[in-house]
Design a protein. Structure first.
Length: 114
């Protein structure tokens, strides 16, 4: 199995396939802290990251933003004192694409380097 962090997000079209439940089960062990949530009838990946202060949370937010720009795939980021909530989903398909799991794994990689 390919490590998600070794993959690159690919351009997604409106007819691109969503990941299946089996694919999520297979890949989820690589991103164990992420939850699959349903919001506005759209499945998303969500995780909240904890920090000692606002500056560290902001630095993480900026690092995730830089990765998102490089991958051309963008999350919802909510930055507060001591925490950052990250949500990944693919707007074009109104659900989860493999890109979202790749981006979640890369987000974890950024957090591990903090």
């Amino acid at each position: 199995m390919t490590r998600l962090t070794a993959e690159k997000c690919v351009a997604c079209r409106a007819d691109s396939p969503r990941v299946t439940a089996d694919e999520i089960r297979e890949l989820k062990p690589q991103i164990p802290e992420w939850k699959v949530v349903r919001l506005d009838d759209i499945e998303r990946l969500e995780r909240t990251f904890k920090f000692d202060n606002f500056q560290k949370a902001l630095d993480f937010t900026n690092a995730v933003g830089a990765m998102a720009e490089a991958e051309d795939h963008h999350p919802k980021l909510t930055t507060e004192w001591g925490r950052v909530n990250v949500m990944w989903w693919t707007h074009k398909i109104r659900g989860l694409h493999r890109n979202d799991l790749v981006a979640a794994a890369k987000t974890d990689q950024i957090y591990a380097k903090k």
